[in-house]
Design a protein around this ligand. Sequence first.
Ligand code: TMP
Length: 206
Amino acid sequence: MFITFEGPDGSGKSTIINLVSEKLKELNYDIVQTREPGGTRISEKLRDIILDRENTELTARTEALLYAAARAQHVEEFIVPNLNSGKIVLSDRYVLSSLAYQGAGRELGIESISEINKFATNNLEPDLILFFKVDPLTTLKRKNKLDTADRLELEKESFHSRVYNGYISIINKYKNNNNFVEVDATKTIEEVLEFSLYVILKSIRG
Ligand code: TMP
């Protein structure tokens, strides 16, 4: 099973994926946890280039292709072999992030981003997508002030609003798919964790 965690910056999905992973291991499920951009040696190098706040001249199209390139390596080297050996793969972000950030945020168009990602992933789709829904503007205000904020987090509010609206409009199309679940990320960590685990276990156990 391939399960992805999606949502705007500051939605708490990374905290939740760690907790879900721990819990599933305790329950003796064979889990591997990974993230995008990243997850392999080469994809992590691409991540450094993409998120480096010094790389101000990186163009939107280059950015979209670098995310797709990091993903192509991740899919072929890590995700597919793990799925083939029967593991459950949990990934912090996947294609939906590119549709929202590059398609909507950078205004490159959701269709073109979808096309390059079909090529990059050889059409590999998640079995379950959890979308952590929260308006990113409040959470990002805190992060932007930190020295650790990356190139994307430092983007203007208008960019993050486009990303969020992009997510919402894409999600409206996915809503009736049974592999897509929206999680109210404004709730407490305990509540978000409990709901996420419930959804994942239900899906794993069929
Ligand atoms: P992270 O903070 O969740 O690790 O993700 C790094 C940043 O990269 C985050 O701001 C979201 C952004 N991103 C994209 O713009 N497109 C993508 O395809 C992915 C995977 C992440």
